[in-house]
Design a protein around this ligand. Sequence first.
Ligand code: PLP
Length: 343
Amino acid sequence: MNIENLMRKNIRSLRPYEAKEIKCRVKLDANESPYSFPELLEKALSVKTNRYPDPEGLALKKAASRQWKIPPENLLLGNGSDELIYYLILTFGGPVIFPEPTFSMYGIISKAIGVKAVGIKLDKNFDLDTEKFLSAIKKHKPKLIFLSNPNNPTGNCFSTDRIFEIIRATKALVVVDEAYQPFSSKNGFIPLLHEMENLVIMRTLSKIGFAALRVGFLISSADIIKAVNRVRLPFNLNSLSQTVAIEVFKNYRRIMKTVKEICKERDRLYKALEQLPGVMPHPTEANFILFRVGNASRVHRALLKKGVLIRNMTPLIKDALRVTIGNPEENNLFLKALEAVIK
Ligand SMILES: *Cc1c(COP(=O)(O)O)cnc(C)c1O
């Protein structure tokens, strides 16, 4: 039996998102938080495991709604924002446009669903090339545009004016993926929701200490939420995650303190990287730093030998590595290992 022939054509050349578990002492490859909050799991013990979850996740929507000052009708919950990317493309189709380099799931999911995906190269500062974007919008007439802001894996925010220009120039939905907004100096786009009807925002709990829960939020007009809700699986967010996520919002201020700590460490690490010969860190507003170094693949392997796992961005970005900000001890171990490796 030939499984390849049985598959839809677009799946044959599709490669799964690579997320291997590699054993290491210091894990700084996946933009996770170094801090976890086991005490928030206590409430999960009272979850009735024989019952299906709340299909709408109403209590969690209310908690998020209070935090972000938007009505619950403007929210949809996802099993991570990955699932929401999936639902958006399933609902609205393509062409889908996104900058390059960016988060790989926009392209992978477009391909899995079978819609056209168009990547537009960022400019030399990794900002949006509006001229290229506007002509791609004219040419391809996209249904969806994804902008990760701050952008993964480059770390910078795009200029707000350029994002506005794109939102104004298109009838497509513009999805501003704010997975890293809590680490950024910018306010984010939630306050602008009511001014721009084709604006969609995504948030997630994954980067602030709760990657294990898989909780993402779609924030948009009630009409867009209703449309996407048509393709949503009935119980997409399990009860344990819903329950703990409500606790996250109850403890939001405390969690944001750890975000502040991570930002402080990021700025320290950035300065230390700048001092290393042949290492060029790129300015960042996220919980990771992209840096260039001669022979990135070799440096990456040598770090792993010393028990330090970071992300090799070659060939997507030539000779670039991405390191997630860990706790101070992890960051020091990383710095020491890198220093030894490039010597
Ligand atoms: C990590 C990441 C996500 C995935 O978030 P989940 O909620 O864990 O699915 C989405 N977008 C970007 C840009 C990311 O880096």
